[in-house]
Design a protein around this ligand. Sequence first.
Ligand code: NAD
Ligand code: MG
Length: 392
Amino acid sequence: MRCITLLGATGSIGVSTLDVIARHPDKYSVYALTGNLQIDKLALQCQQHKAKFAVVNDEVAAAKLDVLLQASGCATEVIYGMDALCQVASDDAVDTVMAAIVGAAGLMPTLAAVKTGKKILLANKESLVMAGGLFMQAVKESGSVLLPIDSEHNAIFQCLPADYQQAHSSGINKLLLSASGGPFRGWSAEQMSAVTPDQACAHPNWSMGRKISVDSASLMNKGLELIEACWLFDVGPEKIEVVVHPQSIIHSAVQYIDGSVLAQLGNPDMRTPIAHALAWPQRIDAGVANLNLFEIAQLNFEQADLQAFPCLQLAFDTARAAGDAPAILNAANEIAVQAFLDERIGFTQIAQVVGETLSGLSFTEPESLDAVQESDNQARAFSAAYIAKIES
Ligand code: NAD
Ligand code: MG
């Protein structure tokens, strides 16, 4: 029986994870569920999955959740704040942690789980982008098992040799990182300048939270994934090729030096990588429909348009620059995406804000988590000030 803490239970990945867990009550039990704003939803999840703990961000949310749980006779204990998040991620009773908080807020609790040697199911790509060096060092030191949930990285993981982490050579030529191209594939920058948040969030193949949906539309998501892949698979950005594949059936592939390409295919449903990582190295039913290749009939591929989607170019440059450049990119992007969702800036201005922030700050090598946090803070302040300037 695996005992699981689910960081970000109320989100898109959280809900899919609980769906898979509920199919296998003999294998998995829920220790803690965490959420930020959707307290009613979290209360229902606690009842349904009999969580021992629920974690929210502040005292007010905790009091509200407590009332709901008591009214329903649910025994879940409510705690709150960052220390509480880190506590449920690192408790001895827990062996598996799903890291599915969105954005930089996921870094501390995910690292707390890593440092205590948990099996980590990593959806929160931002924590690797921000602090990849420190994160991977902590994985090495604690012996934590790190399994990627991001569909592309999960696909690559499945296509790599089983001893890749130890042997790490194995005749690999390139990692082929799939990209759907998002809702604006084939559009020019000019056409994208007036799109609304709802248009940007209407992804053709995947149903996701709003932040990652905007990132998918700008291709920043692919950029963050490129950096994520560099850390997870210990390769440089030149070893990674982005392949736009609009059907999202091939989730990524590994090209070997003998001409072989191994790919992982499946319907675009996050329950597949979630079930893969939960059960690894075994397999369990994910509730996902069988892939019907006859219905799909065609798979297409094209190059990414770096001119129309400058966020991807910025991420490539950042991956090459390394140091705290990815943390700066990530923080500026979080601020810019929120400003776009709040309709304060246009869609194409996201890249402008990120680009200006990267050119406005100098890069350093972060030696500690505090240093990463400092770079993150500086980038947030710089990009917020830049947004205020272009607004007025
Ligand atoms: P979402 O917005 O649907 O959910 C985010 C979760 O994080 C919610 O439970 C929310 O309550 C919690 N949260 C948000 N801000 C918080 C804060 N400040 N403190 C504590 N908790 C907070 O997002 P999602 O689509 O589920 O994505 C989650 C993560 O998984 C992201 O890092 C995303 O990049 C990654 N991911 C998602 C998908 C997908 O299909 N949705 C695919 C690959 C990777
Ligand atoms: Mg992905």
